[in-house]
Design a protein around this ligand. Structure first.
Ligand code: AMP
Length: 219
């Protein structure tokens, strides 16, 4: 199964990608997660270049993310499939992804569009808390950690991502509308696009996705 998840920030792509990755035993490739790890690594040149873009809600230059994805999907664990979350983010990246996959003689099975209301986006992002150590994601009311402010998995102090502050959220939504949304048409024309509701809660959406995969016979 080779999947792309498209949707605005806060649509729940990362959360569902983690569920799908565990269920189907294929890697979750999140360009946002890879970039954040590089930014946290003080010796990373990519991290140094990417920091300002990520913290201001702008897209990191295409050549940087394309190379990261190319390298990641060439790793052995991605041979049986992968879930791309947050990539491609504009048409140029989508075209390059098609070229990379075609060189490998493979293609995408489905592109899932998480259609999500602005109200949900703002609520999810403003309440999101993340673990800087293991990457686990919580929400102050929807998915609270067992002990306030602490990661259930590793006990680290939870943080609010710098780009989950109000001004940057607004910028990220603008960038999504201008750069990423046109991809819906791109993938719809290829017959790959399926729409689901990002407004559903985690369990509801997870069930919808399983039903969808069953009906499409995607394993
Ligand atoms: P995300 O975790 O997907 O919300 O991504 C966080 C930030 O990482 C974005 O706001 C961008 O600054 C950067 N980023 C993630 N994926 C991409 C991509 N495919 N192209 C460019 N920038 C990206």
């Amino acid at each position: 199964m080779r999947l792309v998840l498209i949707g605005p920030p806060g649509a729940g792509k990362g959360t569902q990608a983690k569920v799908l990755s565990a269920k189907h035993n294929i890697p979750h490739v999140s360009t946002g997660d890879i970039l954040r790890a590089k930014i946290n690594d003080e010796s990373s040149e990519i991290g140094k270049k990417a920091r300002e873009y990520v913290e201001n809600g702008k897209l990191v230059p295409d050549e940087v993310v394309v190379q990261m994805v190319e390298e990641r999907i060439a790793e052995p664990d991605a041979a049986k499939g992968f879930i791309l979350d947050g990539f491609p983010r504009n048409e140029r990246q989508a075209v390059v992804l098609d070229e990379v996959l075609s060189d490998l003689n493979i293609g995408l099975d489905i592109v899932l569009y998480f259609k999500t209301s602005t109200k949900t986006i703002i609520n999810r992002l403003s309440g999101r808390r993340s673990c800087p150590n293991c990457g686990a994601v919580y929400h102050v009311t929807n998915i609270p950690p067992k002990v306030e402010g602490k990661c259930d998995l590793c006990g680290a102090d939870l943080i609010q991502r710098k780009d989950d502050k109000e001004d940057t959220i607004r910028k990220r939504i603008e960038v999504y509308e201008a750069e990423t949304k046109p991809l819906l048409n791109y993938y719809s024309q290829k017959g790959l696009l399926r729409e689901v509701s990002g407004d559903l809660n985690v369990d509801e959406l997870s069930q919808v996705l399983e039903q969808l995969f069953l009906s499409l016979n995607v394993k």
